[in-house]
Ligand binder design. Structure first.
Ligand SMILES: Cc1cc2nc3c(=O)[nH]c(=O)nc-3n(C[C@H](O)[C@H](O)[C@H](O)COP(=O)(O)OP(=O)(O)OC[C@H]3O[C@@H](n4cnc5c(N)ncnc54)[C@H](O)[C@@H]3O)c2cc1C
Length: 473
């Protein structure tokens, strides 16, 4: 690494770590100011990419939520881009056509125009539409940062507002799938952030998937003088007298520092710093399995035309770890084919067909499986998930060329998150503090959600704990 003393170390080159790094590098006063340490060979963490059969696949990209048109004032996307000095047009965003929420006797379509969802609610729940408008107006006024203190829980708030239980389930389904670490509920503050990012703003995809966005972030960081060290895991964090001193790397080297921003997660960071007892009960339990089907044609050509379909096989939505290896009663099916791609974009090519099927998974069932059974179980459960999804949308399997699946084990292996918990710990820490001076969290466990949320989290934590710190003013 050249220098073995760095002012600020960032653990993890996922979205939040890269954003924090860019922010700090922009204000750096020479070399040795900021370094990102990433255990893996590729950046992106939960939202990275890999290659199979010559095709690049995104690991986690369903949709970039929080879509906003160029220059939309006050929007999280605008704010994030401004702070990172990235031009809106650099992302080459394609907006969704529409998405949908499906229950046995209910379909609610929504798009990047909130009026569509409002009309759908008015059609399906005429007695609830005024309350729905009031809810949307209330959420639009709420802060963009997570406020989770004395949080009543989303279900309690929605039950006060609506008298139709099915509408509550229909709103909880997408919100939980895109951001709840809490079993059968979520923070009201998180629900509001999700409602804004899914329904008031909407979905887009960056042309070419997640890699071009990661390339921009890495380039910005390195051009500003930051040091990115890949294949460089942090084995432990040294704390003395309640203050951070530095880290020990997987290879045994040590680096001294003033402070650390960790995107490894709350429980994982507590373990690195050797105070696991403080986070003992906080490990997340909600994990996913996902199957990617590569098709011989775009999904919309056989009638699968929604960008994202959230579905539930019953009238009640159960957001808890399944007792079996996979929960097939609900899930998400999405396809990058259903975005409005500019002429000439790669996703328009005739062989562009891709569908992802996501469902809840039981991490301990997968982590205790021996190798051969693991392989056969992946095939078995993928079929059941696709059977369930095909209750609501045309079955993509007749057009399948090949497929790939991942489980909670894969997520743990590539991101280090305990239990493969996508949304981390249910105990969020909005101020990023850990109880150790100089050690702060950024990313998922700070409470901001998704790609734009994680990027904003990195920015906010860098601003609050480094740039606004007395030594910087
Ligand atoms: C299947 C799936 C689908 C998703 N779909 C979407 C979507 O469509 N839209 C959306 O907005 N969001 C989506 N998300 C969520 C989104 O990916 C995350 O919210 C966001 O990327 C989290 O970023 P982060 O920086 O907080 O954490 P991470 O991405 O987890 O980054 C943490 C990084 O730290 C590294 N690390 C951990 N421990 C160490 C260590 N000891 N030493 C060095 N490095 C370490 C990890 O390798 C990792 O790179 C999805 C996630 C998954 C898994």
């Amino acid at each position: 690494m050249g220098t073995q003393r760095v002012d600020t170390l960032i653990i993890g080159a996922g979205m939040s770590g890269l954003a924090a790094g860019i922010r700090l590098a922009q204000f750096a006063e020479g070399p040795g100011t900021v370094a990102i340490l990433e255990r893996h060979a590729l950046p992106g963490g939960l939202n990275s990419y890999y290659k199979r059969r010559g095709r690049r696949l995104d690991t986690g990209l369903h949709a970039l939520t929080n879509f906003a048109e160029r220059g939309t004032r006050g929007a999280p996307l605008t704010r994030m881009l401004r702070q990172l000095r990235i031009g809106w047009e650099e992302l080459r965003l394609a907006p969704q056509g529409h998405s949908q929420i499906c229950f046995p006797d209910l379909t609610l379509r929504f798009s990047n125009d909130f009026a569509l969802l409002e009309q759908e609610v008015a059609r399906a729940f005429p007695s609830q539409v005024d309350a729905f408008r009031t809810l949307a107006a209330r959420i639009a006024e709420m802060p963009l940062e997570p406020v989770l203190e004395n949080d009543p829980g989303a279900r309690a708030v929605l039950t006060d507002i609506f008298t139709e239980p099915l509408l509550i389930e229909a709103l909880m389904l997408p919100a939980c799938y895109y951001g709840s670490a809490r079993v059968n509920d979520m923070y009201w503050g998180s629900f509001a952030i999700l409602f804004r990012s899914l329904f008031l703003e909407g979905f887009a995809l960056p042309e070419g998937g997640i890699k071009p966005l990661l390339d921009i972030l890495v380039k910005r960081f390195e051009e500003a003088g930051g040091e990115l060290r890949m294949n460089c895991g942090v084995a432990s964090i040294n704390v003395e007298g309640g203050r951070v001193q530095g880290v020990v790397l997987d290879n045994g080297d040590t680096i001294q520092c003033e402070r650390i921003l960790s995107s490894a997660g709350w429980v994982e960071t507590a373990r690195l710093a050797d105070f696991p007892e403080r986070a003992a009960d906080d490990a997340g339990q909600l994990a996913f399995t996902e199957t990617l089907l590569v098709l011989d044609r775009p999904a919309h050509t056989f009638g699968l035309d929604a960008a994202v379909t959230f579905y539930n096989l019953d009238d009640c939505f159960d957001w808890s770890p399944p007792t079996a290896a996979v929960g097939t009663r609900s899930g998400v099916l999405c396809s990058p084919d259903n975005y409005t791609w500019p002429a000439g974009a790669a996703e328009r090519a005739p062989d562009s067909g891709l569908v992802r099927a996501t469902a809840l998974a039981n991490h301990s069932a997968w982590s205790s499986m021996e190798e051969q059974r693991y392989a056969t179980q992946k095939i078995h459960w993928a079929e059941l998930v696709l059977d369930a999804a095909s209750t609501f949308v045309p079955d993509p399997r007749p057009f399948e060329l090949w497929r790939d699946s991942f489980t909670p084990n894969t997520i743990t292996r590539y991101t280090g998150h305990d239990h493969g918990a996508i949304y981390g710990s249910p105990d969020k820490r909005p101020d990023g503090r850990t109880g150790v001076e100089g050690l702060y969290l950024c990313g998922t466990d700070q409470g901001l959600l998704g790609i734009v949320g994680a990027l904003l989290s990195g920015i906010t934590m860098a601003n609050a704990h480094v740039l606004a710190a007395p030594s910087h003013s």
